[in-house]
Design a protein around this ligand. Structure first.
Ligand code: ADP
Ligand code: MG
Length: 339
């Protein structure tokens, strides 16, 4: 799947426009995971909804298998919808409280693939694939009778029922108890391998992106500000914002970093609770108001994503100061947008 210069604006009254997603491009390949990382409000879910065909593009193109997708117009849009599945953060709100697990799985099987003779077998297979066994024990249950982890397994199984090639997983573990997150990510990884899924993994937790993804895209105020191989971006971040994200995930090997408990048992603030600013139009780099390295140019011109290596890039005028070891030989600044 390809997202090519994809943008989405929302009108929010009084003529104000939120640039939720701005000129975002990336590719998803079968069997590989791309992580979309950023704070709440940075545009991650909007990007996923655009890919899922749930939202119209303001501009740009989305292609699947080389074919442009025209949301809600193509006859094969339904086929597209079954190929591209979207799993939400909160399995409680995405499952219907009045229906059993069986209903949740049978419905997409019938919808996307007709009245197959072996619905029972397929349902049982799905349950095994997400390790909800014995299947018969769980199939008769209602969402409220399941734990958070079990509900999320049901939503994975429901997504798989459509036999997708692309899975968009929007903060799939962030509502779950810290103790089961690793197990759930391992399950997702198993499903990725087994079905050769192209996966977009959305998270505010850059530590889990390192563990789980091949490529990392860091999003801020609707823009990709840094991208590259997961290991490189998380171990040697170039953009000041990525550096902040990495620094505020204090225990990089602990996937529970964003749900640490304070001494009084309350949740301490993690990156999820820090809201990014509204994406209203600003002339300069969107991160400049928070950036310790910002200078005049940063407040006036929005930097384009510049290549650092063949597989890495960052959108920052101050890369020379932010990551001198990554951009040697560029005294006094980085390249301008013209070259
Ligand atoms: P994230 O998933 O990274 O938290 P979202 O994609 O949900 O971010 O939101 C990005 C920005 O777009 C936010 O400023 C949000 O308020 C705005 N936004 C999202 N959906 C809508 C909508 N339907 N109408 C208006 N603004 C929206
Ligand atoms: Mg979101």
């Amino acid at each position: 799947m390809e997202a090519i210069a994809v943008s989405k604006d929302f009108k929010i009254g009084r003529g104000q426009i939120v640039h939720a997603v701005r000129d975002v491009s990336f590719n998803l390949y079968r069997g590989a995971v791309v992580a979309l990382v950023g704070e709440s409000g940075s545009g991650k879910s909007t990007a996923a909804r655009l890919l899922a065909g749930q939202e119209r593009l303001t501009s740009g193109t989305i292609k699947l298998d080389g074919k442009p997708v025209e949301v809600r117009r193509h006859d094969d849009f339904r086929r597209y919808k079954s190929q591209v599945q979207y799993v939400f953060q909160d399995p409680f709100s995405s499952l219907n409280p009045v229906h059993t697990v069986r209903y949740h799985l049978e419905r997409p099987l019938k919808l996307h693939h007709g009245k197959g003779a072996n619905t029972d077998t397929e349902v049982a297979t799905l349950m095994e694939q997400v390790r909800l066994t014995p299947a018969n024990h769980f199939l008769v249950k209602y969402p409220h009778e399941l734990s958070g982890g079990q509900r999320q397994r049901v939503s994975f199984a429901r997504a798989l029922a459509a036999r997708p090639t692309v899975l968009l997983a929007d903060e799939p573990v962030s509502m779950l108890d810290v103790s089961i997150r690793l197990e759930m990510l391992a399950l997702l990884d198993d499903l990725r391998q087994r079905f050769s899924l192209a996966m977009l993994y959305i998270t505010h937790d850059i530590a889990s992106a390192r563990y789980f993804a091949d490529e990392v895209l860091v999003m801020y105020a609707g823009e990709i500000v840094e991208r590259g191989p997961a290991e490189e971006v998380t171990q040697q971040p170039a953009h000041p914002y990525t550096q902040l994200l990495v620094a505020s995930a204090p225990d990089p090997d602990n996937l529970g970093s964003t749900l640490r408990r304070g001494a009084n048992g309350t949740r301490r603030q993690g990156p999820q609770q820090i809201r990014a600013p509204e994406q209203v139009a600003t002339a300069g780099c969107p991160f400049s108001p928070r950036c310790p390295l910002a200078e005049d140019r940063c407040r006036q011109e929005d930097p384009a994503l510049l290549p650092i290596t063949a597989t890495r890039g960052a959108a920052c005028w101050r890369l020379d100061a932010a990551a001198p070891e990554l951009v040697p030989g560029l005294p006094g600044g980085v390249r301008t947008t013209e070259n």
